[in-house]
Every structure is written in C-alpha cells, then in structure tokens.
Design a protein around this ligand. Structure first.
Ligand code: RIB
Ligand code: CA
Length: 320
C-alpha cells in the first residue's frame, strides 16, 4: 500500500477526491493537511474533519496549515464555485473533531522522516504547506517517495484567469519553489482535468449509492455542477482533484512528458502560469533560458483516457 498524505482545501472536488482516496485499497492514508484556497483555512480544516467524520475515519489525523500565500494575503476563496461553506452551501453541522496540534508543514516533515522514501504527498490546493516544509527541512526532497499535485496548465489556458490555474494562482511563489525542488514530482493540471468531465447523468448514478459521505458529496456536487453548466457550458463538472488519485491508481490512463517548469510570480497578466521549457535549454546557453537552467524536470500529464478515469471513479465511489 502507498503511504499517502493528502494536502487539501475542501472545496467540493477535494471532497470527492478524499472520498475516492478513502475508498481505494491502494492507499494507506497517514493523515490530511489543510491549506487555504477554495475557502479560508478554518473552513478548509472544518470541512476536512467533517468529511472524515462522515466517512467514519476519525482515526486519521488532520493537521491545519497555511492561512495565506507565502507573499501577499488570502484573497477570500471562490464561494461562487464551492459555496460560502466550501461544500455547496449544504451547511452541515460542525465536526466534533479537532485538528492535531502539529501544524501541516511539520506533520509533512515528521511523516517523511519517519517513513523515508515511502511517503507520497498528494496536493489538491495551493502548494504553500509543501513550500514551508521544504524551507524548514530541505532534506525531505530526497526522502519523499513522490509528490503529485492537481494544478497548473502547461499547454492550455487557465481557469482562475486566462493565464493561470487556480491553485498556482493562489500561491505562485510556493508553486515555483515546489516545482524547483529535487524530488520526483508529477503535475496533474488542466491539460488533463479539462478533458475529464463527470457527466450529470454519471453523477446521478453515483448519487444512488447510499452512505453518509456519498450522500453529502453528491449533494454538494449539485452546486458545483450548476456552476460548470452555467459558466463553462459543459454537461457536468471537470474532474480536477480526483484525477490525482486516478493517476496514482492507474498511471497508464495518462500520457506524460517531462520538462523543467517555472511559475510566473510577478503581479502581472500571467501571474500563476506554469511555463514548461521544451528541452531547448538542455544544450543551448541562451541567456533568455537561464530561469529554467538546472531546474529539475517535472512529469506533466498531457493526455488522458478520460472514459476509463470516469469509470474508475464511479466504480470506486459506489463500491468503497
Ligand atoms: O483549478 C482547480 C483546483 O483549484 C482544484 O484543486 C480546486 O479544488 C481548486 O482548489
Ligand atoms: Ca482543491
């Protein structure tokens, strides 16, 4: 089983992704760490605790993380996408659980040192906690099994802005640090999540499975689905965060390339854009390519067998 830390900002699609991870025997979840993003850090933490309570997995520790990006301030989340509560305005009762006293970045460090070369960090929100962990303990980059994150857009438009994907846009400085570390890292970005659509009828089929967690997630998804039908004119929702676990379960469903990536950190039109260098920097000493020189390569998902991903998600969510 793959030892897993889930870093998350629930967020409605985070909730389905957590449900998918909990339902998948491939994973031994060591704990969850929370981060600002879709909602503020307090809501992200409360939502995570509540999801675990609904899943009857109160054994799993939740470590509260960053409330704002490395530079600048928290911009208030995206209530028009995820609801004011981050869960489709379902306003569930607060969880009876509390986070552990260890902050998220220290929990990540602790677990990676405890299980050298065995821990996979799956990040579903801004990469602030991972950047903070790296700055406190740079050695972890040589001790993780791998890092995988939902975020970025290598060869397609953004969603937060025409230029950038939301998680990168929320903390571009953290993203640039994390993508520059010498650890095995995979980007599951809009290049594949915008090709993976959970159709309305499929969500309806999933909602027929009766469990406290599934009932909540599929209820919350109504709000999320309404947004995408109205704004993106698609007949369902993009599968963002769950794609991370679909990749870990079956990497053969994805096509990847590997290039060094820089993230635009300036306050400009392209803020948060993930820029891959297509190998031209390997052999040429062009000054303009200096920002990518000696940067490690990132495994970038560029295509997906989306029908098989959707089938995988549906089977797992309805047969936990
Ligand atoms: O761009 C989509 C990503 O931003 C997802 O992780 C979603 O939950 C939001 O955090
Ligand atoms: Ca997320």
């Amino acid at each position: 089983m793959r030892k897993l830390i889930i870093d998350t900002d629930p967020g409605i699609d985070d909730s389905m992704a957590i449900q998918l991870a909990l339902a998948s025997k491939e994973f031994k979840i060591l704990g969850l760490t929370t981060v600002f993003g879709n909602v503020n850090i307090d809501l992200a933490t409360t939502n995570t605790l509540r999801l675990l309570q609904l899943a009857n997995r109160t054994d799993l520790p939740v470590a509260k993380g960053a409330s704002k990006p490395l530079k600048g301030k928290f911009m208030g989340g995206v209530p028009f996408v995820h609801g004011d509560d981050g869960q489709g305005n379902t306003w569930q009762r607060p969880s009876i659980l509390s986070p552990i006293n260890t902050p998220a970045d220290e929990f990540i460090i602790e677990q990676v040192l405890k299980f050298p070369k065995q821990v996979t960090i799956a990040a579903l929100g801004p990469l602030t906690n991972l950047a903070l962990a790296l700055s406190k303990k740079p050695e972890i980059q040589k001790m993780v099994k791998e890092v995988i994150f939902m975020g970025g857009n290598a060869f397609c438009s953004g969603n937060a802005t025409p230029a950038a994907e939301a998680n990168m846009y929320s903390d571009p400085n953290a993203a640039d640090i994390v993508l520059g570390a010498k650890w095995p890292i995979t980007m599951v970005g809009l290049d594949v999540t915008h090709k993976t659509i959970l159709l309305k009828e499929t969500l309806s089929e999933i909602s027929e499975f009766d469990s406290p967690l599934n009932n909540h997630v599929t209820e919350a998804y109504q709000f999320y689905q309404d947004f995408f039908i109205k704004v993106n004119k698609i007949d369902g929702t993009y599968v963002h965060d769950s794609s991370v676990f679909a990749y870990l379960i079956n990497k053969n469903l994805y096509q990847t390339v590997s290039y060094p990536i820089r993230v635009e950190t300036q306050e400009c039109l392209s803020k948060g854009k993930t820029w891959p260098s297509l190998g031209e920097s390997d052999h040429e000493e062009r000054v303009a390519l200096k920002p990518w020189k000696n940067r490690p390569k990132v495994t970038i998902c560029i295509d997906v067998d989306y029908k098989k991903v959707i089938e995988l998600i549906k089977v797992r969510l309805t047969n936990p």
